[in-house]
Design a protein around this ligand. Structure first.
Ligand SMILES: [Zn+2]
Length: 329
């Protein structure tokens, strides 16, 4: 009897421990579930590198950002694959540059069945610029045929003006807040921090580029730096058009060579994602040096692996501009 009583008490004890344990366990699971729900990151799909980098900087650990452009691929001829469209439709936020850079985005907007998807035109409230045309005897020769695949003559590289970048950041920030109002303060703060860094860089550009021997950027790449040139009072000539898909003609190159000689330009700038052949030809013909200038629309595979940022690209661009244009600062 005595032994049996002990046994019963023992078994009873085990049952109680088991019950409490399973209750605790349930509680822990429940807690974990809630935390998971709270930690669920907003999924953001972006088209071009600047948007990707801006969204990551504003959202940080609260967002999962995807860049549609594969590393090393230029942004101009890009069309999304069916799998990209699926990714866009499954995301919370789709951020594109604007209708001139990604004319295909409109179809995606119309075709999307996901009511929870927020679509962000980063160029909203930005005044786009037309490509600056220079009067010369060749003007008009191939202008008409260019228009079709040249983004309607509009320069879509809006991010190469830091005031525009700030508006793009605000547009992305507002969309993040709309989707995740609980973290509004966080998004506001990180956007402000990032815009402060852009303002500092803008001041460095303005100061350095006001003290240069040369006021002219000759680019062996495509027409990407019109906004930058305008902002800092620099003339800008490029061998290729707004989109780099059509090769410059022999006449275009002869004209540039003449200009380099006449203006005694010491450095020609080259584009990393394009073949350096054109810049090399210009440099060889004129005895000028070559420096890189990166339009930042996308990264090379190597830069992507190194986690290169938009800010670091723009810092490097300024360093090369200072050498190339012989700035005294
Ligand atoms: Zn471009």
């Amino acid at each position: 009897m005595k032994i049996n009583g002990k046994l019963i008490a023992f078994i009873g004890g085990l049952l109680v421990i088991g019950l409490v344990g399973s209750l605790l366990k349930g509680n822990v699971f429940q807690k974990r579930k809630i935390i998971q729900k709270q930690n669920k990151k907003l999924s953001v799909v972006t088209t071009l590198f600047p948007l990707y980098d801006f969204a990551k900087n504003i959202g940080q650990d609260k967002v999962e950002v995807l860049l549609l452009l594969p590393p090393g691929v230029g942004p101009h001829g890009f069309e999304p694959k069916p799998s990209d469209i699926v990714k866009i439709n499954e995301s919370n936020l789709f951020v594109y540059t604007g209708k001139f850079m990604e004319p295909w985005a409109e179809d995606i907007i119309k075709g999307s069945s996901n009511k929870n998807l927020k679509i962000v035109d980063s160029s909203s409230r930005i005044e786009v610029m037309k490509k600056e045309e220079h009067e010369d005897e060749h003007a008009g020769e191939h202008e008409d045929e260019e228009v079709g695949h040249e983004h309607g003559g509009v320069d879509p590289h809006i991010w190469l003006d830091f005031d525009n970048s700030k508006i793009m950041i605000d547009n992305i920030m507002k969309a993040l807040i709309e989707k995740d109002p609980a973290n509004a303060n966080f998004y506001q703060k990180s956007a402000t921090n990032y815009k402060t860094k852009l303002a500092q860089l803008d001041n460095q550009y303005r100061s350095a580029l006001s003290k240069c021997e040369s006021k002219e950027i000759v680019y062996g790449g495509h027409y990407a730096f019109g906004y930058l040139g305008k902002r800092y009072g620099l003339a800008y000539e490029s061998a290729y058009g707004i989109s780099p898909d059509s090769e410059p003609s022999a006449q275009d190159l002869i004209k540039l060579v003449e200009q380099i000689r006449k203006e005694r330009i010491k450095f020609v700038f080259a584009e990393g994602l394009l073949s350096p052949r054109v810049a090399e030809t210009l440099a060889k013909e004129t005895g000028s040096g070559i420096l890189y200038l990166n339009p930042a629309g996308n990264l090379s595979k190597e830069d992507f692996e190194k986690n290169v940022s938009f800010l670091s690209i723009m810092e490097e661009n300024l360093a090369n501009l200072k050498i190339g244009l012989q700035c005294s600062e």
